[in-house]
Design a protein around this ligand. Structure first.
Ligand code: NDP
Length: 335
């Protein structure tokens, strides 16, 4: 069993030395257990938080433990009444090639319904995050302007397309010309702006002539600073992620204190700024699976996967994710 363990807690950007690869015996399932062979491992920005000991909404991975992560797996041996050999399941088995499960949290997947890797992306946690955060907090109305950054990624790509399905105008922010072309031409956003352009803030303003009614926050940092002055009265801001800050060193200070001005605008523009972790909306998952599957079938919800071959390449692929080097939902093909 190949496993990737957390070796050290990074301060700043993770490096390959923060991970170790080891080989252990493939475990034997006991009564009531299944042995899973991992087919796909999802790599997601939240894993940076699990590498850190800082207090958060979930406990960190212990040093020396297998890195946590969502997986699609095949049941190799079953001693559990609900699972048979050959079943394909969604599990949370982490960065390894085999794992045991007692069935808790496993969800059977139908390989005939959709490619099974989509259970980690557009039909999984990231797609659901987009759906629940946008519709429950953002509440886009027809004709409104919805802005989302990391727009070619797993969450952002779905946010903009669902905004369009709801009749809103979708403006994406992405890094570099290739991602921008994809967001506009393939995903069908109404406009897209490259956050690496020197005149990014002016370009964003030009792309949002009626201001911004919903800003789905994935990034923070310079993108947030460009967005904030453009928010309209009564704008809604689902705060989903702040990836521009995940690799900040402990105690780093990014400059002048903007909080008083931010608070003033929250007051005078009656803004709603509301953070969320997707599990909070778990009771909407059934609706999501049904609606998202239909939108995909109708060609209204498209997705792109960035597939990395081999578990041993997971650490570098994860480091690159936090640098914006992925293009689409990042998954590792493990077997
Ligand atoms: P993506 O597939 O979008 O990949 C991350 C992307 O973030 C990169 O490709 C890059 O895109 C962008 N990025 C990275 N660094 C920066 C930076 N410094 N400034 C601007 N953009 C940057 O990842 P996900 O779709 O999986 O996640 C998107 C966000 O959603 C993350 O913040 C994540 O933490 C959050 N999230 C939150 C959940 C919740 O429950 N609250 C659940 C799931 C995800 P580009 O090159 O285009 O800039």
């Amino acid at each position: 069993n190949r496993r990737i363990l957390l070796a050290a807690r990074p301060d700043g950007e993770p490096t390959p030395a923060d991970f170790t690869i080891d080989t252990a015996e493939v475990p034997e399932p006991g009564e009531g257990q299944v042995l899973l062979e991992i087919l796909y491992l999802s790599l997601d920005p939240y894993m940076r938080g699990r590498m850190s000991a800082a207090k958060s909404y979930a406990a960190p991975v212990e040093i020396g433990a297998v890195m946590e992560g969502g997986t699609v797996a095949r049941v190799v041996t079953s001693r559990h009444p609900d699972f048979a050999e050959g079943d394909i399941v969604l599990s949370h088995s982490g960065w390894q090639s085999y794992a045991l499960s007692d069935g808790t949290g496993l969800r059977k997947l139908d390989p005939a319904a959709a490619p099974v890797s989509t259970a980690l992306g557009v039909l999984g946690m990231p797609g659901f995050t987009a759906y629940a955060g946008l519709l429950t907090i953002g509440k886009p109305k027809p004709g409104e302007t919805v802005v989302v950054a990391a727009a070619s990624g797993a969450v952002g790509s779905a946010v903009g397309q669902i905004a369009k399905i709801k009749g809103a105008r979708a403006v994406g922010i992405a890094g570099g010309p290739e991602k921008c072309a994809f967001v506009r031409d393939e995903l069908g956003f109404d406009a897209v702006v490259d956050h690496r352009a020197p005149d990014f803030a002016e370009q964003l303003k030009a792309a949002c002539p009626d201001g911004i009614d919903v800003y789905f926050e994935n990034v923070g940092g310079a993108v947030w600073e460009a967005v904030f002055p453009l928010l309209n009265p009564y704008a809604r801001v689902p705060v989903c992620g702040l990836i521009a800050h995940y690799n900040e060193k402990a105690g780093s200070n990014t400059g002048r204190d903007r909080l008083p001005g931010t608070m003033r605008d929250i007051l005078t523009k009656s803004l709603t700024i509301r953070g969320f972790i997707q599990i909070e909306f778990a009771d909407q998952r059934r609706d999501f699976y049904r609606e998202a599957a239909q939108w995909i079938a109708e060609g209204r919800l498209k997705y792109k996967e960035d597939v990395v071959e081999g578990l041993e390449n997971a650490p570098n692929a994860f480091i690159d994710l936090l640098r914006g080097r992925n293009f689409g939902k990042l998954v590792v093909k493990v077997a």
